[in-house]
Design a binder for this molecule. Structure first.
Ligand code: MN
Length: 199
């Protein structure tokens, strides 16, 4: 049974404009994310992985070079769903409550977090992701190449930005730094991040 499905977006395809255009979403969600779902279903079909959850497939195939195709597609399915939820129209600003307190305690404050997150996103060479994640009870900022995800290393993802060129090239061309700044200022969904920290 191969039954992974492309999830609905949490907002309309033009809701993140002008930072992320409907045209970018049409390719990024409609083509790239869809392709990872289709590839994953084809790869796990008629194997013992087909009955497993997405998270379990990611954890089971991480670091196994014979299963790199399955890992890459499964992780990209998961990462993209998490990325869509990491953004909202009218987002940005700063978190409050427990998340703010935890960022203050573990990362030296929100400004320091923003600096570290921006730097991670900017310096991820080539394709990848920057994350705020909870590892061993502490918040940490990490970057991962390609499909790699903190899920595979025992960490709990809190929020992520996709810095593959397909995430921003139509809107920002080579200006990744501007995409990262606008993403933090206008799209970051701190409600989603707070739920991940609490859950
Ligand atoms: Mn992407």
């Amino acid at each position: 049974m191969s039954n992974f499905a492309l999830p609905q977006l949490p907002w309309a395809d033009n809701a993140l404009e002008p930072v992320i255009s409907a045209r970018t979403i049409s390719f990024h969600y409609g083509k790239h994310h869809q392709a990872y779902v289709t590839n994953l279903n084809n790869l796990v079909k008629d194997t013992d992985l087909a009955a497993m959850s997405l998270e379990d497939i990611i954890k089971k195939t991480a670091g196994d070079s014979a299963k790199a195709g399955v890992f890459n597609n499964a992780a990209q399915v998961w990462n993209h769903t998490f990325y869509w939820n990491s953004m909202k129209p009218g987002g940005g600003g700063a978190p409050g409550g427990d998340l703010k307190a935890k960022i203050d305690a573990d990362l030296g404050g929100f400004d320091k977090f923003k600096e570290a997150f921006s730097q991670a996103a900017l310096t991820q060479f080539g394709s990848g992701w920057a994350w705020l994640a909870l590892k061993d009870g502490k918040l940490t900022v990490v970057k991962t190449p390609n499909a790699e995800t903190p899920l595979a290393t025992g960490a709990k993802p809190i929020i992520t930005i996709d810095v593959w060129e397909h995430a921003y090239y139509l809107d920002y061309q080579n200006r990744r730094a501007d995409y990262i700044k606008d993403w933090l200022d206008k799209l970051a969904n701190w409600d989603f991040a707070a739920k991940n920290l609490a859950g």
